[in-house]
Every structure is written in structure tokens, then in C-alpha cells.
Design a protein around this ligand. Structure first.
Ligand SMILES: C[S@@+](CC[C@H](N)C(=O)[O-])C[C@H]1O[C@@H](n2cnc3c(N)ncnc32)[C@H](O)[C@@H]1O
Length: 258
């Protein structure tokens, strides 16, 4: 699987080391999708400005918090990743396939996905998080775009990694967003996690981000959403939060499209 870029190239591809500026950021980036008029900044493909989409104000505020606290978020969570889940996910993917990390934040999982043998493409709306990601991953495709409307061709990916990705979407957006993302999947694993609960963009205090609006779900909600997409071999579990442990349990699901 390859992404066609807007400069006529493909990704993954051999890169000329001259493409890289001395600061480790990509100067003439070649990554990303076959969509015209990509703007580039700090090696990130900018397909959207948050304000250009009719996002809920609470979602926009959350994205601004991830922008503002990108470094602190990265540092607090980088050693607390769902490594066992990630290995299970990668084992269900075809080695070397492109996988989409939607709502990737500052690349905490992108590196692990790469090390597990797949080619992750990171998407987020928080430009600060993507800039942080770019410093850690000078060669990987990073796109600023809303996960509700991604600029990729159907069936571009061999896996979907959705770690906390719907946390700041209204509940009514979850089903349509999952259906949109599934159209981008050819076949392969789908990982999804969210906080256990019944909030719909309710106010919460986050230890890193401060006051923020978040949507949570139950095991039954997540099971229904994944089953509606026809995923096979579905497992749905409740796990402690990596930082707050049992005070904030998560629902974690893994299935696959065959
Ligand atoms: C809970 S964090 C998860 C980050 C990362 N996946 C992780 O597991 O640490 C949610 C991420 O989704 C991003 N996000 C929220 N709404 C978004 C949207 N509509 N489109 C793209 N990204 C969004 C935020 O900027 C944030 O980086």
C-alpha cells in the first residue's frame, strides 16, 4: 500500500537525506495523500484549519489544549503506552502496510507502530501535537485534518489505530466518524479506546490538560459501534488508565476486517 503524494511521488519511498533540514524537520516533505493544494509547515501537511470546519466549540477547545500542552502530554504518556495491545494489533496487520493513527497526538504510538513493523500515518488537528510528533519522527507522514473528513482515498490503509481518538467528539458523531474511517480501511485490524462512562462532551478535569470536555462510552456502546462495522474476532475489555489507574477506567476494543 502506498500513498500518492501531491508532488507526484509515493510514500513510503527512498528519501534523499538532503530533504531534511539540520533541525531534523523535513524541509521538502513528499509525504501524503493524493489531494491537491496541501500546505506545508514544519514538515506537516496541513489539510485543514480547525476553524474551517464546523466543529463543536468544545472539540475546538480540546484541540487547542492539546496544542498548548503537547510537550507535557507527550512526556507524561510516552512510557505508558498500550504496548501489549499494539503488538496484538501489529500481529493482525500485514508487515509493511500503511496504518492510520487518527488523533495521533504527539506521536506516542506512531513510534511503537513503526517499531512493530507497520507504516503509520498520523493525523490530528492539534498542530502543536504534530510539531512535537515531527521532532520525534522526521520521516513519517503527518497530516493536520479532522478525523471526521480525512483526505485519503478509500481503502488506503491496512489498519486503524484509534487511541482516545473520539474522546472530544459529540457522541452523535461517533458512528458516522467510525463509518468514514472504515471506508479508508482495506482490511486489517481496528483498535479503539475511550474512557468508560456516559458523558457526552461533559466537563472533566484532566491532570495534564486542565478543564476539558470529553465523551465517554460503555463496553456495550463500543461493542455495538464495532459490531455495526462488521468487525470479526472482536474483543472489548475494561482497563485501568495509565496515569489515573482505576479512577478512570478505559474501554479497549480490537477487531479486524477480513
Ligand atoms: C485523547 S487524545 C489521544 C492522543 C493519542 N492517540 C494517545 O493515545 O495518546 C485525542 C487526540 O485527538 C485529537 N482530536 C480531537 N478531535 C479531533 C478531530 N476532530 N480531528 C482530529 N483530531 C482530533 C486531539 O488533538 C488529541 O491529540
Amino acid at each position: 500500500m502506498q500513498l500518492v503524494t501531491d508532488r507526484g511521488g509515493i510514500w513510503p519511498e527512498r528519501r534523499d537525506p538532503g530533504d531534511h533540514a539540520g533541525d531534523g524537520r523535513i524541509r521538502s516533505a513528499t509525504v501524503v495523500p493524493g489531494v491537491a493544494r496541501t500546505e506545508w509547515e514544519s514538515g506537516v501537511a496541513k489539510q485543514a484549519r480547525p476553524e474551517a470546519y464546523e466543529l463543536d466549540l468544545r472539540t475546538q477547545e480540546a484541540v487547542a489544549k492539546y496544542d498548548e500542552h503537547a510537550t507535557a502530554y507527550q512526556e507524561a504518556l510516552r512510557r505508558k503506552r498500550p504496548v501489549a495491545d499494539l503488538r496484538r494489533f501489529a500481529a493482525l496487520a500485514t508487515r509493511g502496510d500503511l496504518v492510520l493513527d487518527a488523533g495521533c497526538g504527539p506521536a506516542n504510538d506512531l513510534r511503537l507502530l513503526r517499531d512493530a513493523g507497520v507504516h503509520p500515518v498520523g493525523v490530528d488537528l492539534a498542530f502543536g501535537a504534530l510539531t512535537e510528533a515531527r521532532m520525534l519522527l522526521p520521516r513519517h507522514p503527518l497530516v493536520q485534518a479532522p478525523i471526521q473528513r480525512l483526505p485519503f482515498r478509500p481503502r488506503s490503509f491496512g489498519g486503524l489505530w484509534l487511541s482516545g481518538s473520539f474522546n472530544h467528539l459529540r457522541r452523535e458523531e461517533w458512528g458516522p466518524t467510525m463509518a468514514h474511517l472504515m471506508r479508508l480501511l482495506d482490511r486489517g485490524p481496528v483498535y479503539f479506546s475511550c474512557v468508560l462512562g456516559d458523558r457526552d462532551l461533559g466537563v472533566v478535569e484532566d491532570p495534564i490538560l486542565g478543564t476539558i470536555h470529553r465523551t465517554d462510552a460503555t463496553e456495550a456502546d463500543v461493542t455495538a459501534m464495532m459490531e455495526a462495522q462488521g468487525l470479526r474476532d472482536l474483543t472489548v475489555d475494561v482497563r485501568p488508565d495509565p496515569l489515573l489507574e482505576k479512577k478512570r477506567p478505559w474501554v479497549v476494543a480490537l477487531g479486524r476486517r477480513v
